[in-house]
Design a protein. Sequence first.
Length: 79
Amino acid sequence: STSAAKEDHVSMGGFSARKALQVVENVETIIAIELMCATQGIDLLRPLKSTLPLESLYKMVRDSVSKLEKDRFMKPDIE
């Protein structure tokens, strides 16, 4: 063997970990946007009610993000 039983090793673990963290942060942002859209949809269908678990999730979102009554900058709501 030309390598004398020693392999040239290049670790990509650090890069992979940083990339995975970026993916997780992006997914968190996407889920936040989806939750905001879902709660806005529920508001548009009121006075109808949903299931108890969804109503409790609705309340959790609305405790942090107010109903969208008019256009506004939404980045603070997403974060």
